[in-house]
Design a protein around this ligand. Structure first.
Ligand code: FAD
Length: 321
């Protein structure tokens, strides 16, 4: 059954986040040959529309307003609901990011729609879109369908492959006039933490440090390895609690969930709450002094040794490639 599916392109610092293209790919599966419509929200976002089209959207609608310069659930919900009203889609997809996690339940509640969050795979079977999502902190997966109303889903970054970029694809971009009512919250100023380089939740390579790193200084070899591999640095809660790094780096049940191609755990014991945030990584390498450490149970490759010896050696070897 062909469906019309709306997909939210997530804009950060003037660029589309990769998860937007993964969401387009998910929307394409849900649409079963129907229309995939990109939705861009912000102060001035129309210039990003061609990129969404080149990744598979058929056309794009934009909702632009100075009040939408920074994300607020109130403002974005007004824009999304207006787009849903105008397009009457059968499906709506967005990334399972901080933004998507905040916005999607609000949209579901306003529309009385079912929501399937944190989708890692999807397929069409028996006329239904079947969504796969992790449960019990990633220990099991469930398959779910929505039987009535809008198919609303959020997709976990780095799990659904984007479609190949086709620079020759073209499509219409249309501005949707929406009067954004006064917002209950407004963003006065955005103060950034000193997060540089690759975004942790979208990184293809993550080098994570735990309490075994021993100090803030101890993260330096990990940062160097991450730089050589074009990856991001993450951490266990143990390392964050010990003040070796910022909580924005925490991976796990109460931190970020990451699914990189390569996850290198350095001096991390592998507590269940940490595994909840990284055990679905494609290749896991663990470096730990303790051969009995739990992290080795989920690792594809284990190195029993001192991270302060092993990590610089890895960095030197990767530099040669
Ligand atoms: P440790 O358990 O102390 O392990 C340090 C490891 O480093 C050891 O295995 C040791 O052998 C190794 N080591 C030491 N020195 C070296 C060296 N020189 N070279 C190599 N290896 C070395 N934790 C998270 O990570 N994320 C979460 O989101 C999270 N949420 C939680 C939520 C709740 C409700 C609770 C109760 C706990 C949560 N935790 C979380 C905490 C979790 O239970 C662990 O306490 C934490 O993950 C331990 O961090 P760690 O592995 O860095 O430290």
């Amino acid at each position: 059954m062909a469906r019309k599916v709306l997909v939210l392109g997530e804009v950060r610092d003037g660029s589309l986040r990769n998860v937007s293209f993964e969401a387009v790919s998910a929307a394409k599966t849900m649409a079963e040959g129907g229309d995939v419509i990109g939705l861009l929200i912000g102060e001035s976002v129309a210039s990003l529309a061609p990129q969404l089209i080149q990744y598979g959207a058929d056309r794009v609608i934009t909702v632009e307003d100075a009040k939408l310069k920074s994300y607020t659930s109130d403002g974005y919900a007004q824009a999304v609901l207006a787009a849903v009203e105008a397009e009457q889609p059968e499906g709506l997809v967005m990334g399972h990011t901080a933004l998507g996690k905040d916005l999607s339940p609000r949209i579901a509640a306003k529309l009385g729609a079912g929501l399937i969050s944190d989708v890692t795979a999807l397929e069409v079977a028996g006329g239904n879109v079947v969504f796969t999502r992790p449960i019990y902190s990633g220990k099991a997966f469930e398959k779910k369908i929505i039987t009535a109303g809008l198919l609303l889903a959020t997709v976990r970054p780095n799990n659904i492959a984007p479609l190949a970029l086709d620079e020759s694809r073209t499509g219409e971009t249309k501005s949707l006039a929406v009067t954004i009512k006064d917002l209950r919250t407004t963003i006065k100023e955005v103060v950034r933490k000193a997060a540089e380089g690759v975004d942790l939740s979208e990184a293809k390579v993550v080098i994570a440090g735990g309490r075994g790193v021993k100090s803030a200084e101890g993260f330096k070899p990990l940062q160097e390895l991450a730089k050589v591999l074009g990856g991001a640095v993450g951490a266990s809660r143990g390392a964050c609690d010990a003040d070796y790094c910022d909580y924005s780096l925490q991976i796990g049940q109460t931190g970020k969930v990451v699914t990189p191609d390569l996850y290198i755990a350095c001096g991390i014991s592998g507590a269940i709450q940490h595994l909840a945030g990284m055990s679905n990584s494609k290749v896991i390498v663990a470096i730990n002094k303790d051969p009995e450490a739990n992290i080795f149970k989920v690792a594809d490759y284990g190195i029993v040794g001192d991270l302060f010896e092993v990590v610089p050696l890895l960095t030197e070897e990767f530099k040669k490639l």
